[in-house]
Design a protein around this ligand. Structure first.
Ligand SMILES: Nc1ncnc2c1ncn2[C@@H]1O[C@H](COP(=O)(O)OP(=O)(O)OP(=O)(O)O)[C@@H](O)[C@H]1O
Ligand SMILES: [Mg+2]
Length: 214
């Protein structure tokens, strides 16, 4: 099972939004996907509870105690587990990075998000330092290229971390992401084709990098 963590200890960067949409898109590609809600806040559970009964969505499983993450994941039967990580939860973030094969660090194009992402970067580097393998990339959410700072962040020039790239695919600031979340659905169920393409592009980029291979 491939374990993909959607992470950043800063609140509100878009982790749950990206996790629910990636999980749904991969599920509809025919993969066995489980969305792991590792956040006591329960956003992914609330999302799934709001879904129409007949919606074609992946199951959501709550594992919100860091001491139980590894053992609970070992009992999950799926091709891909997407972990929706919590904000401000150091022990859980560490457990998630330990378990994950791939980490997507979600940032909005702001200095605050980049500073806050240093905590996730440290965990990734610490795992590698002891011989652990993990693929990692930043993914920009709510990208809008109007200011100099956001342009610099979107084009990746700020990123000099070795071994943590930035995905070329970005997610725009689109109301359809908020609407899909509120409806317990994904942007695949909505009419905004750009939002769907953005999600598919992230998957394509991960496929090309062979990050989704078993
Ligand atoms: N690309 C986007 N376009 C528009 N709104 C967005 C986008 N991404 C996230 N949002 C909105 O921003 C808010 C925070 O998003 P989300 O819950 O996904 O963040 P989070 O990182 O999971 O937060 P937390 O740290 O609290 O778990 C939500 O209201 C969501 O609808
Ligand atoms: Mg969340």
């Amino acid at each position: 099972m491939k374990i993909i963590a959607i992470i950043n200890e800063k609140g509100g960067t878009g982790k749950s939004t990206i996790a629910t949409n990636l999980a749904t898109a991969l599920h509809r590609q025919g993969q066995r996907v489980v969305l792991i809600d590792a956040d006591q806040q329960g956003t992914a559970r609330d999302w799934r509870a709001a879904s129409p009964e007949d919606a074609d969505l992946p199951p959501v499983v709550a594992i919100d105690r860091h001491q139980m993450l590894a053992s609970s994941l070992a009992g999950v039967l799926a091709d891909i587990a997407i972990i929706d990580a919590p904000a401000k939860a150091e022990s859980m973030a560490a457990a998630i990075i330990r378990a994950a094969h791939v980490a997507l660090v979600v940032i909005q194009p702001s200095a605050a998000d980049i500073w806050a992402s240093a905590a996730a970067v440290k965990l990734i580097q610490a795992k590698r330092a002891i011989g652990g393998e993990i693929q990692a990339a930043f993914v920009i959410n709510r990208a809008s290229g109007n200011t100099t700072i956001s342009k610099t962040i979107i084009d990746g020039a700020w990123n000099d971390y070795e071994g943590i790239e930035q995905l070329t695919a970005t997610i725009g600031n689109r109301v359809v992401f908020a609407n899909a979340m509120a409806a317990g659905l994904s942007v695949l169920d909505m009419t905004d084709t750009i939002a769907k393409t953005e999600i598919f592009n992230i998957i394509k980029e991960m496929e090309t990098a062979l990050w989704l291979n078993p």
